[in-house]
Design a protein around this ligand. Sequence first.
Ligand SMILES: *Cc1c(COP(=O)(O)O)cnc(C)c1O
Length: 398
Amino acid sequence: MHPDSFVVKEKTDNRTTAPHVLPIYATSSFVFENSDQSVDIFRNIETGHVYSRYANPTVDTVAQKIADLETLDLHQHAEAVLTSSGMSAISTLILATLKAGDKVLTQANLYGGTTELLRDIMQPLGIETIFTDLKDLTRVEDMLVRDPSIRLVYCETPANPTLACVDIAAIAGLAHRYEAWCVIDNTFPTPLLQRPFAHGVDFIIHSTTKYLNGHGNSIAGVIVGRDRELMRKQVWRTMKLTGTNCSPFEAWLTHNGLKTLALRMERHCTNALTLAEFLQNHPAVEKVHYPGLPNHPDHALARRQMLGGFGGMLSFELKGGMESGMRFMNRLRFCTLAPTLGDVDTLLLHPASSSHLNVPREVREQNGITDGMIRISVGIENVADIIADLEQAMEEQI
Ligand SMILES: *Cc1c(COP(=O)(O)O)cnc(C)c1O
């Protein structure tokens, strides 16, 4: 062999002792031992890896861990496909399950990107979306009765920005009665605080970018489903052919984060409840939205369908509208202004001057986003430091 070939030739030693920590398989393809094996792999007789867009050992391990977490103690089996982002999990799932002429029924207060995807990308492809109030079960049933082309009911609970909750079991039951699938975006609660398969949903999606990773260092998503045929023939195949696969490095970062999910969620929940109670009693605050507070309109429902905690997301309305919202944000010293959520550090967003700046006020207010509303992704720091920062930022507003 010549030196120039020698440096190129791959040398893999597969006889080493098994690694303790999940390795990153940074390889685009996998070798066949011989042509018989390649025939078997392509015929699905032998399960082997072929090409990392189809499947990759690092990515598969993380996907299955999330699927197992979503079915823990449920005596059910689920499979998962990891994707390049939360948005690609949603788009892949819609393209995998619907075709032109089919419709989606969903709520008005969805993650902003999801609303835009449904309205601006799916609608022109012939997949129409009907936005309604998913809490109004009579109306939902009426819509399903009248329109058999509704094939998918999509929900988010608790949802941005008021942390309003949807009755998952009731919605899944209605969807099934009229032969539609029920999908839930479980990003906010995570499987630690809410197991939607226990309430009958067909698919769960996550932006793993948020709590599942928890450290704000990767963008990825996941689709989890219980129907093996549907997952393999439609969901996995759509991911593979639209190329929305997750990279092994992003999967590995997600896996690292997942290990502390239980510890983090415990602290997110206690910190958020303490903070909600503090804000509720503060004279500069008009209103606090947190499902863990007994006066939240969906407290009883959240208690019933969530698992002992109400999550790390809360929002509150400052007295004095736009001006006081902006002034408050500018005075923060310890907490961070950032448009993401679910990280270990506390992140604040003033939607009226950021994410919703270009949304007309009437439209924004219809969805509960008032001028003085602040959204907090409560971190896992010592809660006294978070409270002290918010307190000093509100000082002049009393
Ligand atoms: C962030 C987010 C998404 C989109 O996920 P990306 O990873 O940013 O693509 C979807 N749903 C919810 C609830 C989110 O918070």
